[in-house]
Design a protein around this ligand. Structure first.
Ligand code: HEM
Length: 336
């Protein structure tokens, strides 16, 4: 069954989820994560104010108090479902106690992030409705789309928790993983929906692609650990002090980055020429070179912000393209 509408919406869902990574990187690199101290509203409004004068004098204390109350409810829930340690970690985290001054740029960056999130939710839901057409003829498309939809939904809830817990590292990481999971499910659904397409991938290309997939996954996980450590460092510090503070994870991440780059070059050289795999492998290799350049720049104060933005975007790009390559091994058709 050909379903152009489904494929278009599926593509749009993947694109929008990816854009959430990009804007998420912008939120992070500009430190706008707490640009809106409440959720889903921003400073109590659906359209954030443009000046501090529009807010009541005691707004900082008010939003801090609101967030502390929500965090208390959230940690009580964690206690109830058996995550006592996590609940204690959140309770003892000094970040939760911080209050946030209004900053129009940060508020609007975070607000656009939320608008994009809401638009993604709507598109993903329409895509899910269109996938109902496949329930009988090609049920796997329906199930993968449903899984993708559920993960986007989970991420929307996690988005709120990220704000309520004041950007605690491990929750940001779970938020990241859920976004990766949703994009992967939509890519899988796409692969199974394109029944008229055939792929013939040779054994070696497959093996190299799978090795590259495993390595990029490990590298993204190491990257998330580096980010968690990075956020615990004092704001001002030399690159050497930052490296010391993140020892040995940052060393592992950098060394692994070099391995990922070498394998990406090998994948490009050995991929069957003229195929989409060869084309995508070139992009992956170029993005890996970009990562090796942008990574160390995250340690320098002058380039920290821009580096974080590109580093997150390219890291997500490498993972997503490599996953898409690997989905082509799942369903192979012989020429009639
Ligand atoms: C192929 C190579 C690489 C890939 C795929 C990669 C990927 C990633 C990812 C996905 C993150 C997590 C971003 C986040 O969760 O917010 C990250 C963080 C980070 N990476 Fe890499 N990385 C690579 C190479 C490097 C290299 C060579 C360095 C050099 C030191 C480096 C330094 C960092 C730093 C400092 C962070 C923390 C940035 C932040 O706080 O946002 N990376 N990396």
């Amino acid at each position: 069954m050909k379903n152009i509408a489904y494929l278009k919406l599926n593509w749009l869902s993947i694109f929008l989820i990816f854009m959430l990574f990009v804007i998420g990187g912008l939120v992070r690199s500009t430190g706008s994560g707490m640009g809106c101290p409440d959720w889903p509203k921003c400073f109590g409004e659906y359209i954030p104010p443009i000046s501090e004068s529009e807010l009541p004098a005691d707004y900082e204390a008010y939003f801090k108090d609101q967030r502390l109350k929500k965090t208390k409810r959230f940690t009580a829930l964690l206690d109830m479902i058996g995550f006592d340690e996590k609940a204690d970690a959140i309770r003892n985290d000094t970040q939760v106690e911080q209050s946030h001054k209004f900053n129009v740029v940060k508020a609007y960056i975070e607000y656009i992030n939320r608008l994009l999130g809401a638009l993604t939710g709507i598109v993903v839901f329409i895509c899910f409705l269109l996938s109902l057409k496949y329930v009988r003829s090609n049920p796997i498309v329906f199930w993968y789309t449903l899984a993708g939809f559920i993960f986007v939904f989970i991420n929307a809830l996690l988005g709120a928790i990220v704000v309520h817990s004041n950007l605690i590292g491990s929750i940001v990481t779970i938020h990241f993983i859920a976004a990766f999971a949703s994009i992967c499910f939509f890519l899988l659904a796409r692969r199974y929906a394109r029944v008229h397409e055939y792929n013939t991938v040779d054994k070696k290309t497959k093996q190299v692609g799978l090795v590259m997939m495993v390595l990029s996954t490990i590298q993204v996980i190491l990257g998330a650990e580096v980010r968690e450590l990075y956020d615990l460092l004092p704001t001002l510090g030399t690159a050497a002090a930052k490296i010391d503070g993140m020892y040995p994870t940052i060393q592992w991440h950098a060394a692994f980055g070099a391995i990922v780059l070498v394998v990406s070059i090998y994948q490009f050289i050995t991929a069957q020429k003229g195929t989409f795999i060869s084309q995508y492998s070139r992009w992956i290799m170029l993005m890996c070179i970009g990562q090796i350049l942008w990574g160390p720049m995250a340690l320098l104060e002058s380039t920290e912000s821009i580096s974080k933005l590109f580093h997150i975007t390219l890291g997500a790009g490498i993972f997503v393209l490599q996953f898409y390559i690997c989905t082509s091994y799942l369903r192979q058709y012989k020429k009639a």
